[in-house]
Design a protein. Structure first.
Length: 201
């Protein structure tokens, strides 16, 4: 069965290949299949996933730090400031965002070291488009009628998408929580094994 992955903002394919699963269709909203697919989405990617599941048959849906409305708990002005920050100093703005993602500074520094080249190589225009999408996109009419199983995985210490933002999604499926920040994906062997177990079951 195919796995379709919708990524979070300011992330990259190599991150998911190393930290989550090796084989997947990456960020392809136009992907069509007559068969069921598995969908994995993190953060910003969950906005795309919630739209995608409306018109497709889904076997397993794994939502990591989900939101249906990012600006419910984050001001549009803050997102606009990040857009200006990306245009003025991409690396500084990204580093500030990544720092917010982690509950431990050591994990933040380790992440920067592991993916330095990928971070430097990120396209400024794509980053801006992603922020505009986060600012403007809201999914109000989603449902899980076409989904066999829903898993919602969150970080208890998430400072990017907090519990007030995720509670609607949490009520829809099996909820697993890590005592970590927004990026509970990096270096998380328990999550790594859990995702594989869900997809292979």
């Amino acid at each position: 069965m195919k796995n379709l992955l919708f990524p979070g903002w300011a992330s990259f394919r190599k991150f998911y290949e190393k930290e989550l699963i090796e084989e997947f269709i990456y960020d392809d909203f136009s992907y069509e299949s007559s068969e069921e697919v598995n969908v994995i989405a993190w953060s910003m990617g969950t906005l795309k996933a919630l739209e995608y599941i409306k018109n497709h048959k889904i076997n397993k849906l794994i939502l990591l730090a989900p939101t249906s409305n990012f600006t419910k708990t984050t001001s549009k002005e803050l997102v606009d400031n990040m857009i200006e920050g990306i245009k003025a100093n991409k690396i500084e703005t990204l580093n500030n965002f990544y720092r917010l993602n982690f509950s431990k500074n050591s994990d933040y520094l380790s992440f920067l070291g592991s993916y330095e080249n990928e971070i430097i190589g990120m396209n400024e225009e794509e980053l801006v488009r992603g922020l505009e999408f986060l600012r403007d996109k809201t999914v109000l009419d989603y449902n899980f009628e076409n989904v066999k199983e829903v898993y919602v995985i969150t970080g208890k210490r998430d400072k990017v998408i907090n519990s007030d933002n995720t509670k609607e999604c949490i009520s829809t499926g099996k909820h697993i929580e890590f005592n970590m920040g927004h990026n509970f994906v990096y270096g998380n062997k328990v999550l790594y094994d859990l995702v594989r177990s869900i997809l292979s079951d």
